[in-house]
Design a protein around this ligand. Structure first.
Ligand SMILES: Cc1ncc(COP(=O)(O)O)c(C=O)c1O
Length: 359
C-alpha cells in the first residue's frame, strides 16, 4: 500500500489519531463528495424515474463491491442498514420451535444479543452461551444454529476455524470482520454472514450487507417485503420475491447513502484488499507489542485489527486521550480500552496513543 496516499484520502487523519473504525470508520473525501453530489442532483433535478434508476444502479454497484469483499457472488448479497439488521433478517426468518437451541458465545455484541432475545421471547428458543474459543465443541443435539462473531468486538480474537466443519448452520456477525480482515464465506463455511458498511468499509451510517448461501436461502422466510424485494411488484398480492438475495434487501436505502458507501468501499479496494488487510493487521500487531512493553496487558487476540488492553481508568483515560486528539473507545463493563487500527493509520498515530496514556 502507498500508505501516505491512502491516509490522504481521509480528512480526519490530518489532525486526529483516529483509532475508532470498530465503531465507525473514517470517511473519505471521495465518499463525502459522492454523497453530496447525489443529494445535489436530486435537489436540482427533482426525484422522478431517473432518480430511482440511479438509486437502483448505485445499489447494484455497491452489492458487487460488497460481494468482492465477502468472496461471494452478487446474487448472494443483500443490502441492509447495518449488521444488526442482517442478523435479525436471518434469526427472524427461520422457523423456530420451542426448545430448539441457538448456541452463541459469552462475548457477543448487543447487535446480536438483541435479535437473539427476540426469538427467545417470541418462540421459546433456548439461547446457550459458551466461551468463544470453545463454540465448535459445545454444539449439542438440540443446537439448530450457531450464531457468533467472526471477530470478537471485545478482544479482537477470531472465531474458531472448527466452526467451518460443523453440520449445523453458522450465522456470523461480521461487524468487526469484513473490510478489516480477509473474508471468504466459502472457507468460513458459514450459512450467513452479516456485516457493517459504516465500520471497516468506511461508509456512512445506515448501510450494511448480508450474505446468505443458497442452502439457507431456500429455507429462510422473507419477513419484511417491499417492492424492492419483489421480482414483479406490479402483480400486487401475487408478486413473487426476487430469486436472489435482493429478496432480503432492506427498504428505502437512499441514493446519498448508497453513493457515499460505494465511494467509501472503492477508496479502499483501489489499494488492493490483500494490502489493506495486511497493513491494518501489521500495525495492530505492532501496537499490541508496544503496549505490552509499556506494561499494559493486551487481551489475547488474533490476526485482526482490534487491540484491547488494560486501563486503570478506561473512561478517564479515553477522555484524556480524546483531549489530545486520540480517538478510541472503552469496552463497557470491562477495565479495557480498545484501539481499532486500519490501513489508513500510521506509526505516528500509535506514537500519539502511547504518549497520551496516563502512566
Ligand atoms: C461484533 C458487533 N456486532 C454488531 C455490532 C452492531 O453493528 P451495527 O451498528 O452495524 O448493527 C457491532 C458494532 O459495534 C459489533 O462490534
Amino acid at each position: 500500500v502507498d500508505s501516505q496516499a491512502l491516509r490522504n484520502q481521509f480528512p480526519v487523519l490530518a489532525h486526529t489519531a483516529y483509532l475508532n473504525a470498530g465503531t465507525d470508520g473514517p470517511l473519505a473525501q471521495a465518499a463525502v463528495r459522492a454523497g453530496t453530489e447525489a443529494l445535489a442532483l436530486a435537489s436540482e433535478r427533482g426525484r422522478a424515474l431517473e432518480h430511482f434508476e440511479q438509486r437502483k444502479e448505485a445499489a447494484e454497484r455497491l452489492r458487487a463491491a460488497y460481494a468482492e469483499a465477502l468472496g461471494c457472488t452478487t446474487a448472494e448479497v443483500a443490502l441492509t442498514t447495518c449488521t444488526t439488521d442482517g442478523l435479525a433478517t436471518v434469526l427472524d426468518g427461520l422457523a423456530w420451535r420451542p426448545g430448539e437451541e441457538i448456541l452463541t458465545s459469552d462475548e457477543e455484541h448487543p447487535g446480536l444479543l438483541g435479535p437473539l432475545a427476540g426469538v427467545r421471547e417470541r418462540y421459546g428458543v433456548q439461547i446457550r452461551l459458551a466461551p468463544f474459543a470453545e463454540l465448535a465443541a459445545e454444539v449439542g443435539p438440540q443446537t439448530k444454529l450457531v450464531a457468533c462473531s467472526h471477530v470478537s468486538w471485545m478482544t479482537g480474537s477470531l472465531a474458531p476455524a472448527a466452526l467451518a466443519e460443523l453440520e449445523v448452520p453458522v450465522l456470523l456477525d461480521g461487524a468487526q470482520g469484513v473490510g478489516a480482515v480477509p473474508v471468504d464465506v466459502s472457507s468460513l463455511g458459514c450459512a450467513a454472514y452479516a456485516g457493517a458498511g459504516q465500520k471497516w468499509l468506511c461508509g456512512p451510517d445506515g448501510i450494511g450487507m448480508l450474505y446468505v448461501g443458497e442452502r439457507l436461502r431456500e429455507r429462510l422466510s422473507v419477513i419484511r417485503r417491499g417492492y424492492g424485494n419483489l421480482l414483479d411488484p406490479g402483480a400486487g398480492l401475487d408478486a413473487r420475491l426476487h430469486e436472489d438475495c435482493r429478496r432480503f434487501d432492506s427498504p428505502a436505502l437512499s441514493a446519498e447513502t448508497l453513493a457515499t458507501a460505494l465511494a467509501g468501499v472503492q477508496t479502499l479496494a483501489a489499494f488492493g484488499w490483500p494490502a489493506v488487510h495486511a497493513r491494518g493487521r501489521e500495525l495492530a500487531q505492532l501496537l499490541a507489542e508496544r503496549l505490552r512493553r509499556r506494561g499494559r496487558t493486551v487481551l489475547e487476540r488474533g490476526p485482526t485489527t482490534l487491540v484491547s488492553f488494560s486501563s486503570p481508568d478506561p473512561e478517564g483515560e479515553r477522555a484524556a486521550l480524546a483531549e489530545r486528539g486520540v480517538v478510541l473507545r472503552d469496552v463497557p463493563g470491562k477495565p479495557w480500552l480498545r484501539a481499532s487500527v486500519g490501513a489508513w493509520n500510521d506509526e505516528g498515530d500509535l506514537d500519539r496513543l502511547l504518549a497520551g496514556l496516563l502512566g
